[in-house]
Design a protein around this ligand. Structure first.
Ligand code: H79
Length: 452
């Protein structure tokens, strides 16, 4: 009996005061700040992964217009208002009745992500339009009321678990379909969100990433109670990694900063003091390109690789987005780019995975990553056949070009700087990866943690 009471008390303590808080946020009450070691341990796989797949998908793929944004309705509280209305509400709101993506195969998606060299996957369980891609008991506006009737979140979670691919859930707190969001009974909407998150974080095994996407206007804490929601998420999945959008992103509140920053549709700046992840579309289309777009144009694989290298050299991750079609298939043009990216990663992946950005600050010439005693210079722009960088403390004991055994780069070092020379014939037109081996850990080159 005593044991039961103890356990109950412990549960209450764990629930009431989440032990896993945030390393960077010193709470004033001194309670429950996660130690740096624990934070680093929790973030380890994610940091090493560097590259993940984002998937935006629901019945908007039938119209081939932008997910949620193309629903013409006013978007209550949304900071951007109604700028991308294409589909009349009665049409958009009935699309789901025809949604029957019979070619959907979760394992194929995971296989494709793996082939691209992606190390985790984040899926839109619910976007701003409010349609739910799982078997939720809290609304009828879900995949279970389509002709398809299959729990897509469940199938994806299972496929990821089976492939040992960390699985993340995107959940939009904005919900332009729910009568209580922003304009109705806020307490009811708050309960709805908590109920849905409880389903998502209880019924699908381990969830590795929680990707929120902000509320519309309103105080993150007083009105939206984002701190309470975050505590619930952490209680249900203690090791989960949460982004910085659990509140209203127009308002920065330390207690809900989460674990990583989220530059959107742009590369993040160099930042090694706090993890970050750029989310970017593989497809370019007016007003978006996140979901399947019939008017979309897929980017070139070289552009996607530039984005990935830009993130890694800036010490961040890239979450590259794909938009499957109404059949449930990632279209050939997108799949082709993913495959090409994967081919590159086979040779050059060691300069991305498990590295940190630096010790040189990235810039017009390219950028660098490091791991142990190795520095990987990702050079996109040579000055004829030379690259000049700030001096290093350590000695370069070996220099080579990744994927090109014939190239013999020459390194000269002195107090003024470091000069790498490589004949043009060995320069890659997009990115030459030069490997410098030092006689000491590359991390020592940082000055008070800052890049050169
Ligand atoms: O899910 C993706 C976007 O739909 C979502 N976040 C990513 C991950 C997002 N929600 N809000 N925003 C992005 C910011 C709003 C951008 C906008 Fe627009 C620019 C709204 C109006 C102009 C996008 C482009 C929608 C219409 C045009």
């Amino acid at each position: 009996m005593k044991k039961v009471i103890m356990l109950f008390l412990l549960g209450f303590l764990l629930g009431g005061f989440p032990l896993s808080g945030y390393a960077q946020d010193q709470k004033k009450d001194g309670a429950s700040v996660e130690a740096k070691d624990a934070f680093d341990a929790r973030m380890k796989w994610w940091r090493e992964a560097r590259f993940g797949m984002f998937i935006h998908w629901d019945m908007s793929s039938i119209a081939g217009t932008e997910i949620s944004w193309s629903r013409k309705a006013t978007k209550p509280l949304d900071i951007f208002g109604d700028k991308a209305g294409y589909v009349e509400d009665p049409v958009y709101d009935n699309l789901y009745k025809q949604f029957n993506p019979v070619k959907f195969n979760a394992r194929e998606w995971v296989k494709l992500a793996k082939a691209a060299g992606m190390k985790y996957l984040v899926f839109t369980a619910k976007h701003h339009g409010g349609f739910c891609m799982w078997d939720t008991k809290l609304t009828d506006y879900s995949i279970m009321n389509t002709p398809f009737k299959r729990d897509v979140v469940k199938e994806l979670a299972e496929a990821c678990h089976r492939a040992k691919m960390p699985f993340g859930i995107y959940y939009s707190q904005r919900d332009w379909h729910h009568p209580d969001y922003g304009i109705g009974d806020n307490a009811k909407y708050h309960a709805y969100i908590k109920g849905q998150l409880t389903e998502l974080l209880t019924n699908y095994g381990k969830v590795d990433v929680m990707w929120f996407d902000s509320y519309g206007r309103g105080d993150s804490i007083q009105y939206w109670h984002a701190d309470e929601i975050l505590a619930l998420v952490k209680r249900l999945q203690p090791q989960i990694i949460v982004n910085n959008r659990s509140g209203f992103f127009g308002q920065s509140v330390p207690s809900i900063r989460g674990d990583f920053d989220t530059p959107e549709e742009r590369l993040g700046n160099f930042q090694n003091t706090r993890p970050w992840e750029s989310c970017m579309c593989m497809v370019t289309a007016p007003g978006g390109g996140w979901s399947y777009r019939k008017d979309g144009k897929v980017k070139h694989s070289a552009d996607c690789l530039r984005m990935l290298v830009g993130c890694a050299t800036g010490d961040g991750n890239l979450l590259l987005d794909a938009g499957p079609d109404a059949q449930g298939v990632i279209p050939d043009d997108q799949a082709g780019v993913l495959w090409e990216v994967g081919q590159w990663m086979k040779t050059y992946g060691e300069s991305i995975y498990g590295t940190r950005g630096g010790p040189f600050r990235n810039g017009g010439w390219g950028g660098s990553t490091y791991k142990g005693k190795l520095i990987y210079l990702h050079v996109s722009k040579w000055n004829d056949n030379r690259l000049t960088l700030p001096p290093l403390k350590g000695n370069v004991v070996k220099c080579s070009v990744l994927g090109n055994r014939k190239a013999k780069p020459v390194v000269e070092q002195n107090g003024q700087g470091l000069v790498v020379t490589l004949p043009q014939e060995h320069q890659d037109k997009h990115n030459t990866v030069v490997v410098l081996k030092l006689n000491a850990p590359a991390e020592n080159e940082l000055v008070n943690g800052k890049p050169l």
